[in-house]
Design a protein around this ligand. Structure first.
Ligand code: F0G
Length: 368
């Protein structure tokens, strides 16, 4: 018997309550689900909007910048928002297997949600171009991983063809339920700020997420939940910038492997978002991406993956054009732990290894 019990002390603990039920339950009225839809959830969404003081200072002009840190979703990326919807709807339709092409995050998320729903998950990835953490996730979540000799664009062509011919549901962002789930991030931003931001800065690969955010902003605006619509600022890596250059890139390259995409499937939708929101699509170099990535880590304590840092790199690139006192949200789409190799290669930390285990040695290093 414990000492506390022996002494007759009774401690009443409040039960830990997690209020957030996952984005489908939280935004049910805004989503195409019914009582019949089985909700497959890992309680995704409800991610924080974190003020970025160091970025405010770099920009000045009374500008307020926030990070929508979607790397804190259950599998570490925004894909979970789309996947809870896509997999729930696939389950409702009686589907037994799903397939996707992926630069890594979609495959991790699809695998987690599909297996949770008792389905098989087939994922096609470009061999050698998926960050270690993402590959590890797909494997542990029990996906059937097929690494192809080819890039993401080729993998997507293959899975689209297979899903048309065979009874297997495609869960890339051409699946409309994905975008439905992802639009909830825009709802969360407005619910938190009590209005839409002036600018939304977001990385673009296939341009599904920018399309989804815009859908969310428009829906809330129509219901008078915000007084304005944001300017949508989409950023791509300069070696993989088909939407900026207005042409397909046959061999896309960038350190930000998540957005190493040369032929985005949602390009028409993205161009419409740009036009309607009076937005801009701009490219950032790998060097600029890594600078923003390191800045977020060491000045803000936020570890995101390189693709995600392109939203902040892009904002800093446009700094002269930001109107005074603007409120800006940068979307950080994925967690930094996804890509440990990039982190270890790109940091300014001092790393002392093989140090003798005694206080004298340690004091020397610290400078005492
Ligand atoms: N950021 C991250 C971390 C991503 O993984 C992706 C896309 C994007 C941004 C771009 O989003 O395609 O909607 O414009 N990743 C996909 C994948 C392609 O397979 O994981 P998008």
């Amino acid at each position: 018997m414990s000492l506390i019990k022996k002494l007759g002390i009774s401690i009443k603990r409040k039960p830990i309550k997690r209020e957030w039920l996952g984005l489908i339950e939280e935004y049910r009225n805004w989503l195409p689900v019914s009582e019949q839809t089985p909700i497959i959830t890992l309680q995704e969404g409800g991610t924080p909007l974190i003020p970025l003081e160091s970025i405010n200072q770099l920009i000045g002009k009374g500008v307020k910048v926030y990070a929508k840190y979607d790397g804190l979703n259950p599998t570490g990326s925004f894909k979970d928002r789309g996947m809870t919807m896509a997999i729930s709807k696939a389950k409702e339709a009686g589907c037994e297997a799903v397939i996707c092409a992926s630069t890594g995050n979609t495959s991790a998320s699809a695998a987690a949600y599909a297996r949770r729903a008792g389905m098989r998950a087939f994922v096609l990835i470009p061999d050698g171009y998926v960050a270690q953490g993402k590959l590890a996730q797909a494997l542990v979540y029990g996906a059937e991983v097929i690494a192809i000799n080819g890039n993401f664009d080729l993998a997507l062509d293959i899975v689209r063809e297979l899903s048309e011919k065979y009874p297997i549901t495609l869960v890339n962002s051409v699946n409309p339920f994905r975008l439905q789930g992802q639009k909830t991030a825009a709802f969360e931003i407005i619910d938190f700020l009590n209005d839409a931001p002036d600018w939304l800065c977001i990385p673009m690969g296939n341009a599904g997420n920018i399309t989804a955010y815009w859908m969310g902003f428009e829906e809330y605006f129509k219901e008078n939940k915000s007084t304005k619509l944001p300017k949508m600022m989409g950023f791509q890596a300069s070696g993989s910038a088909p939407l900026v250059l207005g042409k397909i890139i046959k061999e896309p390259e960038t350190i930000a492997t998540a957005i190493r995409i040369g032929n985005p499937v949602n390009k028409e939708k993205a161009m419409e978002v740009k036009k309607k929101s009076n937005g801009e699509f701009i490219s950032v170099t790998d060097k600029e991406i890594i600078e923003a990535y390191k800045l977020l880590g060491k000045e803000e304590g936020i570890f995101c993956e390189p693709a995600s840092a392109s939203s902040v790199a892009g904002l800093l690139k446009c700094k002269e054009n930001i109107p005074e006192k603007s409120t800006i949200v940068c979307v950080l789409t994925g967690n930094g732990l996804k890509d440990p190799d990039c982190a270890i290669e790109n940091n300014d930390a001092s790393f002392h290894s093989k140090v003798d285990a005694n206080t004298t040695e340690i004091c020397k290093i610290i400078g005492f």
